[in-house]
Design a protein around this ligand. Structure first.
Ligand SMILES: Cc1cc2nc3c(=O)[nH]c(=O)nc-3n(C[C@H](O)[C@H](O)[C@H](O)COP(=O)(O)OP(=O)(O)OC[C@H]3O[C@@H](n4cnc5c(N)ncnc54)[C@H](O)[C@@H]3O)c2cc1C
Length: 328
């Protein structure tokens, strides 16, 4: 059987592995100790935060069909939040997501979907791939930081953010140049846990005219612990400007901006934490939705091939898997 290495166990890598496993010997390498990548959850007992992706929509038939069994098993559920848009500190619109297209979350936490998808797959956690060496004639070898060989493969598919993918692919690969053009932007996530609820009459907010772009009451999502939590995202622009700033400074700055935007005293927060995403999002991209170098048996997929969304990551992986099936 053809041996395929998939690098990254986010939704892209897991979808690729699921689609290709019936046709090839597939191993997934993931640098973290858990699955899901940017569909991330932080446990901070008694609080829990989805500090990466907040929710997802299903506009395509393919993604809706993929989600259906998870919805039936209650691993994915609608989040019918009261949603507001806040501009320059004032609420300028309101609607309830129950009245429109579904906004989904995984339950009981965002990375639960990835955990379910990983069942039955060969996934090597805590395995950071640092080099891909070899050639198509001799096969590809993956190496880790200690130069340990992680295995020999006929095909290697990178399913990691664009900048990291470009750095990892062999210098000879013609995939590197187009990937280097993909400009992913950073984001900060601020996580706040409170003993007492803040009196907000909404659960999710898009914010404009500020250095933060999103605020949600994370504990209002279905299946979450009762402990009241707020999740805040900085704007990509502000994160890019301050990406190497000191954590404490960033935290203080974002807390002040949150208090101003929602007009509440947040000093009672008993849990305050920050996460820096260097490669969080990307705007809409043109193209096939994946990159393939059949001569060298190398490929790349991810949200950054289409748009910085979970559905785009899934579709990129699905399209690449369908194309690769013709080569196996
Ligand atoms: C702050 C934030 C908010 C977002 N909000 C939303 C939202 O509300 N709705 C939405 O649809 N999308 C949102 N997104 C985007 C969404 O999270 C992504 O589109 C999607 O999760 C991308 O999945 P992926 O598998 O392509 O990449 P990732 O999830 O990034 O997965 C890549 C995996 O590869 C691993 N990895 C990287 N390098 C290596 C290596 N060298 N060796 C081994 N493993 C490696 C990483 O640890 C990671 O697990 C958000 C993202 C962020 C960061």
């Amino acid at each position: 059987m053809t041996r395929i290495a998939v690098i990254g166990a986010g939704i892209t890598g897991l979808t690729l592995a699921q689609e290709l496993a019936p046709l090839a010997e597939v191993a997934v390498f993931e640098k973290s100790r858990g699955y899901g990548g940017r569909m991330a959850t932080r446990q901070a007992d008694p609080y829990q935060f989805d500090h990466g992706a907040q929710f997802f929509t299903a506009k395509s038939e393919a993604f809706a069909a993929f989600l259906q069994p998870f919805i039936e098993r209650r691993c994915v559920a609608r989040w019918d939040a009261n949603f507001v848009e806040i501009d320059a500190g004032s609420i300028v619109s309101r609607r309830c997501w129950a009245d429109g297209p579904a906004h989904y979350v995984a339950t009981p936490c965002m990375n639960a979907l990835a955990k379910q998808m990983s069942a039955g797959l060969d996934i090597r956690l805590a395995s950071r791939v640092t080099r891909i060496v070899g050639s198509v004639a001799d096969g590809w070898q993956l190496l880790d930081q200690q130069h340990t060989v992680l295995g020999h493969y006929d095909w290697v598919v990178v399913a990691i953010p664009a900048r990291q993918a470009a750095e990892l692919l062999p210098a000879s690969s013609r995939l590197r140049a187009p990937i280097e053009q993909k400009d992913m932007l950073g984001c900060y996530s601020l996580m706040l846990g409170f003993r007492q609820e803040l009196a907000l009459d909404w659960q999710a907010a898009f914010v404009s005219g500020a250095d933060i772009s999103w605020v949600s009451n994370d504990s209002s999502k279905p299946g979450r612990p009762d402990y009241y939590s707020l999740l805040v995202h900085s704007t990509n622009l502000w994160a890019e400007k301050n990406i190497d700033a000191d954590d404490e400074w960033v935290t203080t700055r974002l807390c002040a901006e949150l208090a101003r935007v929602i007009d509440r005293d947040i000093s009672a927060a008993e849990h305050v934490a920050l996460h820096r995403w260097r490669y969080a999002n990307i705007g809409r991209q043109a193209g096939e939705g994946f990159l393939l170098d059949c001569d060298n048996r190398l490929a790349a997929a991810g949200d950054w091939c289409i748009h910085g969304r979970i559905e785009s990551a899934y579709l990129s992986a699905l399209r690449l898997a369908q194309r690769l099936q013709l080569e196996l």
